[in-house]
Write a protein that binds this ligand. Structure first.
Ligand SMILES: [Zn+2]
Ligand SMILES: [Zn+2]
Length: 553
């Protein structure tokens, strides 16, 4: 295993010690040794020493694990061959974004593969070099899934299998609510039941959606065995000592970002090869320098799959970070992406954006709800509210002040002015005219039998709205903001969604109500002030729509 980081501190500089049986690297300091101390050539790390003690059944389980890891490695080499062929076919798309030297390496690898033809891998389809036949891999109702798949989901599962077997991995970018988890689990079940692939796959998800993976796996793909790896440091360490975990005796390990970061060694060294690495809410990898991105990059997996409903928010750099995660040896520099599109710097090169879209096509599958399912229509209304005289006075004063200066304003100066104007509009102390509008709106919704999600970005405004709801006697309500813990959230959401729930309104802080929120029993959303980022508003409004297609059974 060619680890290039210290097994203990995870640092990458000046690694002095290498364990020859397992390849783990260390700093002398991290092992409690002085820098002068010499070590024997056949020095072994603690894990390797422990292995020598194994006997009986424990030894057999260990040997089975080693054999399965070897088979996975061989499969990985076969897939790497496939990758160079696949990439070569896309050279024209890659060219504007990838250094010429890297493309040349791809060409060389593909040529080398031609020569080495016939040396297959671990018996998967990836090792078969014959031209691919047009075939439907997964049919409408595979026996290993209990849910009835919709057409677009069948298409999605086939795309996922292809993404694996072409060797390049992929980004499943379907809009929220289209069943990305179900499609992914179906793909894994297909690999097990039809391709006969063994070896563990790894799902890394935010805490808010982690349990959902386990629930859906149990419900929809009961033939996949899974293990949930999460808990306090104490619980985690106990789990990591269990033999069934140490020998990775499950089809699927489900863990959280936090657990991954805290126990990285298990995922990168103890299990040194995974059949698949699946990162949920993968837009969290948009910063390639983050601990999460660096840590997950060290996981060796034959198939990397990124799942996100919002693949691109602010700039092409975020897209580059995802592609780099899929193919680190190819996307080594972000220069071209950075030059193309950045809302922060107000850069938009339409030609390059079009090329980026073409580049993305083979790597990403993204469907929108509007394209694949018929939704109950969503009615949107912008309600303009008048300003109070105090607001109007400040608004005018801010504008006048800057008009007085004769010189042209820079982008950042303009952004400062806009921020100040926004503060004038949204300051919680001067919201009376807007509350008057809200009052009549809520009365109408209440009379209509509707239930409302009320969003604001400011907790102070939420405080005010709470007082307002009480004062106007709209009936009981719930509240979720950054200070609401996860368990309280779960309980509140269950209460809100329960049949006959008395709660008319749910007050939610826009940023806290991000992922893992399902409040589909509400049928109206009020955004008390719009966010800068339209994706945030879209996520908020998507919480409430009746979505009957969500239930696939
Ligand atoms: Zn170290
Ligand atoms: Zn070792």
């Amino acid at each position: 295993m060619p680890a290039a980081w210290c097994s203990i501190c995870r640092g990458e500089d000046d690694l002095e010690v290498r364990c020859s049986p397992c390849g783990r690297r260390f700093h002398k300091q991290c092992l409690g040794l002085s820098s002068q101390q010499a070590l024997p050539v056949d020095w072994r790390c603690e894990s390797c020493l422990a292995l020598e003690e194994l006997e009986g059944e424990e030894r057999e389980r260990h040997d089975a694990f080693v054999a399965s890891q070897k088979a996975l490695s061989a499969d990985g080499r076969a897939l790497a061959n496939r990758r160079s062929t696949t990439l070569l076919a896309k050279a024209a798309l890659l060219e504007p974004f990838v250094p010429a030297a890297k493309l040349e390496e791809v060409r060389r690898a593909a040529r080398g593969k031609e020569k080495g033809k016939g040396r297959g891998g671990a018996g998967s389809r990836a090792s078969n070099d014959s031209p691919k036949q047009e075939e439907r891999l997964v049919d409408t109702q595979p026996s290993f899934v209990t849910a009835t798949l919709r057409d677009y989901q069948v298409e999605g599962v086939n795309w996922l299998v292809e993404a694996r077997e072409s060797g390049i991995g992929g980004i499943l970018g379907d809009e929220m609510g289209l069943g990305k988890t179900l499609q992914t689990l179906t793909m894994l079940a297909f690999l097990k039941k039809v391709r006969g692939l063994t070896g563990p796959a790894l799902v890394v998800a935010p805490l808010a959606v982690y349990q959902n993976w386990a629930n859906e796996c149990k419900r929809f793909t009961p033939e996949l065995t899974f293990f949930k790896l999460h808990g306090s440091a104490h619980e985690r360490n106990a789990l990591l000592e269990r033999a069934d975990v140490v020998y990775a005796e499950y089809d699927l390990f489900i863990t959280t970002y936090e657990t991954f970061k805290a126990a990285e060694g298990f995922f990168t060294e103890d299990v040194s090869c995974w059949s698949a690495l699946i990162v949920d809410e993968a837009h969290n990898l948009k910063n390639e320098a983050s601990k999460l991105h660096i840590g997950l990059s060290r996981v060796r997996a034959n198939f990397r799959l990124l799942i996100t409903g919002t693949p691109l928010q602010n700039n092409l750099h975020e897209l580059w970070a995802l592609l780099r995660f899929l193919l680190p040896s190819l996307f080594t520099t972000s220069d071209q992406f950075d030059a193309g599109f950045d809302t922060g710097k107000l850069v938009a090169d339409t030609d390059l954006i079009a090329k980026a879209r073409d580049l993305l096509a083979p790597f990403m599958l993204r469907r929108l709800k509007a394209d694949v399912v018929t939704l109950p229509p969503k009615h949107e209304a912008d309600v303009s509210c008048p300003m109070s005289s105090l607001q109007a006075r400040w608004y005018a004063r801010l504008l006048d002040r800057d008009l007085e200066s004769q010189s042209l304003l820079s982008t950042s100066q303009l952004q400062i002015i806009i921020t100040q104007l926004r503060k004038v509009c949204n300051h919680p102390r001067i919201l009376l005219p807007r509350l008057a509008v809200l009052d009549s709106l809520l009365h109408r919704l209440k009379a209509n039998g509707s239930r409302v999600l009320l969003f604001s970005s400011f907790t102070q405004t939420l405080d005010l709205l709470e007082d307002f709801l009480r004062w106007r006697a709209f009936g009981p309500h719930l509240r979720m903001d950054g200070s609401t813990n996860r368990i309280q959230r779960e309980l509140d959401m269950r209460e809100f969604n329960a049949p006959g729930s008395p709660h008319f309104a749910y007050l939610i802080s826009t940023r806290a109500g991000g992922v893992g929120i399902n409040l589909a029993t509400a049928d109206a959303v009020v955004l008390f002030e719009p966010d800068w980022n339209p994706q945030i508003d879209l996520q908020a409004t998507d919480r409430a729509l009746p979505r009957p297609f969500l239930d696939p059974s």
